[in-house]
Design a protein around this ligand. Structure first.
Ligand code: PLP
Length: 413
């Protein structure tokens, strides 16, 4: 039986007091807490099996290499990829996007080419394209959203053409929670921009939904380990195998080569060619344990629970007199974004001031632009408070948030 109160007990961080009150952790979109199974898998590696991968001819290293490659296969199956060779280990979603931009983009863009990004993107899915686009004189086009924060699909015919070389879109907007209708959008891109490669930023999607890169029909997909109950310092880039195989390396070093001489170097096949240097081994094993843990809980249970808790939070926060929810997307992930108005001053109370009061009450919540300044600007705010949820979020945390928001409104109102 799925029981979030029991699940919370598996997360040591959640049992502490902060400022004299039980911690309320509502910042899972920034990073999730870690279940004991993940912490112990990493400890076990350091305590009992520590060795490098690939290089050792000895048993310890051979075993670690096996576990490391098993993790790759597990992740391939987790996102329904055709082969483990489509899975490249990166430092996180940010590095995955940079890899595609600096490898695929740099070697394929020509002057006048176009890159389509949505206005809802995290800066991690904007800035790498700007850097490479500038280098290659490729132009960025912006897929707009409406006042609710839903992408305006009817605009796609005006934005896509033979010139579009990359479309890079988020699965779920980290700022306001919009879940994009990718099964509707991707076929349109395929039809109107036949030369475009499609990258999906699943940093906020993979922890909260079933991902199938096959049925989605994307060319690339990225996510971060630390947002999916795994450690920091590890992420995943999925790429269609034949595409990765044609892409040049973006970083050079050990383990990514076939043969090296001062005259000429030849490169290993994918994924090794994109994994220069000693990889983050403990982190890969931690991510592997996180996927096992998540599969054990069951993604259907997580999805159902997070829908319920997000609905509860939305209704509770909406019912407070001074709050205003930002964005009202048709399909919402486990995120709500809002501002609090001052009744007397007739203006907004700065989200950082509210966050300070929340912290005094033991509530960990993000305030700011959430690394999505274009989205904030489009929705007419500079910053918001963002409550984001996970498998361990429970209703009393939302009740505590609401009490504390009332207190903050009284103090600043
Ligand atoms: N994309 C989205 C939608 C995100 O929410 C984030 C992080 O918040 C990132 C990319 C970047 O992830 P990371 O910092 O783990 O690389």
């Amino acid at each position: 039986m799925f029981n979030p109160t029991e699940i919370r007990k598996e997360f040591p961080v959640l049992s502490q007091q902060v400022n004299g009150q039980p911690l309320v952790f509502l910042d899972s979109a920034a990073t999730t807490q870690k279940p004991i199974a993940v912490i112990e898998a990493m400890n076990d590696f350091y305590k009992n099996h520590y060795s490098s991968v690939k290089r050792g001819a000895y048993s310890l290293s051979a075993k670690t290499t096996q576990k490391f490659e098993d993790a790759r296969a597990k992740i391939a199956s987790f996102i329904d990829a055709e082969s483990e060779n489509s899975i490249v280990f990166t430092k996180g979603a940010t590095e995955g996007i940079n890899l595609v931009a600096w490898s695929y983009g740099l070697s394929n863009f020509e002057e006048g080419d176009e890159i389509l990004l949505s206005v809802l993107e995290h800066h991690a899915n904007i800035v790498p394209w700007q850097l490479v686009g500038k280098e290659k004189k490729a132009k960025i086009k912006v897929f707009p959203c409406d006042d609710n924060g839903d992408l305006q699909i009817s605009e796609l015919p005006n934005l896509l053409s033979e010139k579009t070389k990359v479309v890079s879109l988020t699965h779920t907007a980290n700022s306001i929670g919009t879940v994009n209708p990718l099964s509707e959008i991707i076929p349109i891109i395929r039809k109107l921009a036949p030369k475009a490669k499609i990258l999906i930023d699943a940093a906020q999607g993979a922890p909260h939904s079933k991902i199938s890169v096959k049925s989605m029909d994307c060319d690339f997909l990225v996510f971060s380990g630390h947002k999916i109950y795994g450690p920091t310092g590890i992420g995943v880039l999925y790429g269609k195998k034949e595409l990765l195989q044609r892409m040049p390396p973006w970083q050079g070093g050990g383990e990514m080569i076939d043969e090296v001489s001062f005259e000429k170097t030849t490169f290993a096949s994918t994924p090794a060619r994109f994994e220069a240097g000693t990889p983050p081994i403990a982190e890969v094993l931690g991510l592997s344990a996180a996927i096992d843990w998540l599969n054990g809980v069951g993604m259907e249970n997580i999805i159902k629970h997070e829908h319920q808790i997000t609905d509860y939070a939305l209704h509770s926060v909406r019912a407070l007199p001074a709050t205003q929810i930002i964005g009202n997307p048709k399909n919402r992930g486990a995120i709500i974004s809002f501002i609090v108005k001052s009744e007397n001053r007739g203006s907004d109370i700065h989200p950082h001031d509210i966050a300070m009061i929340l912290d005094e009450n033991g509530i960990a919540m993000r305030a700011g632009h959430h690394c999505a300044q274009p989205a904030m600007q489009r929705l007419g705010v500079q910053a918001t408070l963002r409550a984001s949820f996970a498998v361990y979020t429970v209703p009393w945390e939302i009740d505590r948030l609401c009490q504390s928001l009332k207190r903050a409104a009284r103090i600043f109102g």
